[in-house]
Write a protein that binds this ligand. Sequence first.
Ligand code: GDP
Ligand code: IMO
Ligand code: MG
Length: 417
Amino acid sequence: MPGIVVVGLQWGDEGKGKASAYLAKGASLAVRFNGGANAGHTVTLGSMSLSLHMLPAATVSTRAAAIGPGVYLDLEEMLKDVRRLEEAVGKIEVIVSPRAHLVTPLQLALDAKIEEVRGGASIGTTRRGIGPTALHKYGRLGLRLCDVLEGGEAEALAEIWRRLWGGVVSVKSEEALKSVKRLAEEVRWMVGDVPSAIMSRLSAGETVIFEGAQGTMLDIDHGTYPYVTSSHTTSAAAAIGSGVGLKAIDSVVGIAKAYTTRVGAGPFPTEIAGPIADAIRRRGGEYGATTGRPRRIGWLDIPQLRYACMLNSVDQIFLTRLDTLATQERVEICVKYEGVKEPFPDTVEALKRVKPVYLEMEGWPEIGEAEREKLRREGYGALHRAARRYVEKIEEELGSVIKYIGIGPRIEDVIMK
Ligand code: GDP
Ligand code: IMO
Ligand code: MG
């Protein structure tokens, strides 16, 4: 009964959407268990590119999606995703947990307000209301989908919100509630029990893909706090956020880009600026799928990845974008932080002081359409020797297996090692 968890090992945007869609071939359900519409998971089907924010990108393979109670639910974004997916692949099944906390216009306004008040110390959030929704949830002031659909406490809660936030932001609590009530009616048909939907499939021997959002370094407890998101992004969150036990999970696939990117503020030890970063950003179209912001670029960071592999109990690594890193004469890998004891520095100040020690390696030539076809046919052995050396060096440094290698944006642009 394979339950496969897909998690990002860096600061998000590792290619989880594409990797999940690939790994979900033959699976019967794709599950989102964390984050919210701050995620942007892109899959490329032929010539069409689809960026999903609320539903798992692996739905293109499974045609069935679940949203667990651990997700911050933006109903408007979810309805958009359903429409987009159905246009692309036809009818899909969607099961949404009634326990998921709702993002309303109030939380969206508060996200912008908090960023404004932080000023120069702003996080650079995606403005999708994530922090404020978490604040309400963990402060026991959150509004869940079931609270809206089944009535009860929603009005009383709106009154508490009004007393707390009236005058702080211009959005009125009762208006915020009204807008989600209307949308909740539209999704009523999707409401179902997510844990049962997962367990019944696993018991029948089917495969379920748990598609993580964000990346390990954005985890609220293990990431570069406070420059993180407001949820758990490591593999353990798949169990909690979807409502199954740890034994429902059989393997963890960690997704890592062949270099590193980060969008938003916060420490980034291997960040590079200048022509190489610009070239990688241009080649890879490295702009946020949710906000369109240019992504910051850096070399691969082994101490960071080693920490992430440990936190996630990674079984296998899916290394994406080897083709994007191609055409550089030399590539660098940070193999350690000078004088820093592993596993990983705890504070932003310590991370800012980190001096990465780099190993320089030979680059490899363009991986174009003809090479992709050859690689798909002939496999890993057909990869340029410098690229193989790069892959094997990462494995050696991490002590983990790289099982899949991304050589292009389309779902089938993968070689298995
Ligand atoms: P996610 O948030 O982790 O799902 O990643 P995003 O979708 O935000 O960003 C990853 C981008 O890289 C997407 O546009 C993918 O289509 C693309 N991508 C994923 N794997 C590869 C790869 O191996 N090669 C290339 N060229 N693009 C890839
Ligand atoms: P996917 O799933 C990259 C970043 C934001 C910001 C910080 C906090 O596509 O990999 P938030 O809106 O969550 O309060 O922002 O986290 N961030 C992401 N960066 N990929 C993501 O998701 C992200 N989700 C949040 O840029 O720095
Ligand atoms: Mg993304």
